[in-house]
Design a binder for this molecule. Sequence first.
Ligand SMILES: Cc1cc2nc3c(=O)[nH]c(=O)nc-3n(C[C@H](O)[C@H](O)[C@H](O)COP(=O)(O)O)c2cc1C
Length: 263
Amino acid sequence: MKKQVHHVFFSPTGTTRAVIDGICRGTGLADGVVIDLTHDTGVSSSFGPEDLVVVGMPVYAGRLPKLALERFAAICGNDVRVAAVVVYGNRAYDDALLELCDCCSEQGFRVVGAAAFVGEHSFSSLEVPIAQGRPDKEDLVRAEAFGQHVAAQLQALDLAEIPGNRPYKDNPVFPGAAAESDPEHCIRCGQCVEVCPADAITMSAALPETNAEECLWCEACVRACPTQSRAVVLPKIREVAERLHQTCSERREPSCYFEDAQC
Ligand SMILES: Cc1cc2nc3c(=O)[nH]c(=O)nc-3n(C[C@H](O)[C@H](O)[C@H](O)COP(=O)(O)O)c2cc1C
């Protein structure tokens, strides 16, 4: 059977998905399954022994979103080759790439490549842009080149090359607050309910209600709202966004790791 490339990602605001699709395109392999962990738990798919899996997750506070890891945990690697990819908002990826490589290894995958790409920061807005428009054309050219290179890799990567520390940084603590809808503009279309990866939003008789304990701050609902009525950002998020806008404006480039080369 023809070798295939499988797309696996968690991507509330779409940048991780765009990078993973670019990498998969670059491999030149036939498309296999698409496992969208943003909304589904991974199923143990029947990957062929010569296939390649490309898995991507966004960086949250230098780590990976717990929900993404829980959903990914249901997939067994069976020594199938994997490229582990994180996408971060131009600040830093800290321990996240190492964490993803470790998870892939623990689940039985053979990690043959790893990379960190930049995506527009979830907290970015027109007024306070952070890595706006990324991944852009140049990033996608790099993603395709990474895909082409990783498709030829057979040997497991030495994880000592991957930046990051064990134990990893502490997971972020979300202080029990979430975006809310503005009653003046909300049209109760239910888009926010649909896109929430954590199923934290329910439609009540008046307005969508958010369970702040479950909210990831991923901003998927804010981006999806057709009337911008969820653009009411939390003061804490605005503070972080303004700081990042000031301190992380210098463009960072993708980093790619293989056993025998860098690209
Ligand atoms: C709660 C939270 C924490 C984040 N922490 C980081 C971080 O530590 N470093 C960074 O560069 N970007 C960080 N980001 C930005 C995301 O990693 C980045 O925007 C990514 O492209 C989002 O992926 P997505 O579009 O697939 O959702 C964070 C975003 C969120 C929502």
